[in-house]
Structures are given as C-alpha cells and as structure tokens.
Design a protein around this ligand. Structure first.
Ligand code: SF4
Ligand code: SF4
Length: 177
C-alpha cells in the first residue's frame, strides 16, 4: 500500500507522534523554520543542547487539530516531514495488515488514556504536557506528599501502566533506525 494510503488509514486515527504520547517536543534547529512557525502563532520553547539553545515545538502539539489533522501540514517542520514510525513503515512494506495496525493504535491509545486518567486522579492536570513529562513531575513531587493507602495504590498502578505503555511504544512505534 502507498505511503499516502497508509497515512490516511493509520495516522488520522492515531496522532501518537504529535499528541505527547511518543515525544515531548519537536526540535526545530533551522531558525527560518522556527520563524515560520512563530508567524503561524505556534508557541516555541527553547531547549538546551550542549552549549546552545534549540527552538522546540512542545507536545501535545498546538497544531494538532480534530481528527488528528495538522493545522500547518503544508509548512510542518522538517522533523515532522521526515518522521515515519515503525508501524507506518511496516504497513507500507506490507509487513503488517492494516486492521492489525489499527488495533495496535487503538490499544496504545487506550493505554495512554489509562495513564492520563491515573495522572489526573493523582493530581497532575497538566494535559498540555507530554505523558512522560507529567509522570516525571509526579515522581519528583511524591516525596513532598504524604501518600495515603489509596494514592500509593494509584501510583503503583500508574507505574505499571506507564511501563506497559512504554513497552508498546518501543515495540510498535519507535522507528529503530
Ligand atoms: S505514530 Fe505513526 S501511525 Fe501514528 S500518526 Fe505518527 S506516523 Fe502515523
Ligand atoms: S506540526 Fe503538525 S506534524 Fe508536527 S507535531 Fe505538530 S501536529 Fe504533528
């Protein structure tokens, strides 16, 4: 199947590489590209890289709209243009059937939803941050909080769910080359 067909069947049901499940941000090393995104009113952040600071588009990406459509698709950053996850590559190569790939996406989104619900239950409401960042923030905050039996149990569940989600991302989505 062609890349465009696979994008239509999979990416529009997915959004995992844009919505803060797989990545925390998109690096924009090209200043001209950064200016173009700022002109489109997308909020960029600075991220330290060695001794320099690189512009980044935070995730969940503010350009991600309904139906997983990208609001700046024609002018999306080079890194977004270049990225194809392992699942998409497998689908294009015919190594996985589309219904199976759709099932993987659904299951991974459901895992991410469980992680998000547990973060909320434990008091982290930063849905504008990636799941990994929210989990790290909660881990850092925990020693300052007196854990009840209930919240300790929720945190244990969250840790297992994050582990499950990471396994799924590693197995199906990270490009691996
Ligand atoms: S994670 Fe893969 S299937 Fe999902 S939107 Fe990104 S490239 Fe498409
Ligand atoms: S700019 Fe578009 S393709 Fe890139 S992360 Fe944002 S929504 Fe995804």
């Amino acid at each position: 199947m062609s890349l465009d067909d696979c994008i239509g069947h999979l990416c529009l049901r997915c959004g995992i590489c844009c919505n803060g499940i797989l990545f925390g941000d998109v690096r924009i090393p090209d200043p001209a590209e950064a200016r173009q995104l700022e002109a489109a009113r997308l909020p960029l952040r600075g991220k330290t890289q060695g001794r320099s600071v690189c512009a980044c588009l935070p995730q969940p990406c503010p350009a991600l709209g309904k139906g997983n459509l990208c609001a700046v698709y024609r002018d999306r950053p080079t890194r977004c243009r270049q990225f194809e996850c392992a699942l998409l590559k497998q689908a294009v190569a015919g190594a996985i059937a589309l219904p199976q790939a759709v099932r993987v996406i659904r299951e991974t989104l459901a895992r991410a939803q469980r992680v998000s619900a547990l973060l909320e239950a434990l008091g982290n409401h930063r849905s504008d941050r990636s799941l990994a960042r929210r989990f790290r923030a909660l881990q850092r905050a925990l020693p300052r909080r007196a854990l009840t039996e209930d919240s300790a149990s929720l945190f244990a569940d969250l840790t297992l769910q994050v582990h499950d989600l990471n396994l799924s991302l590693r197995r199906h989505f990270y490009p691996g080359d």
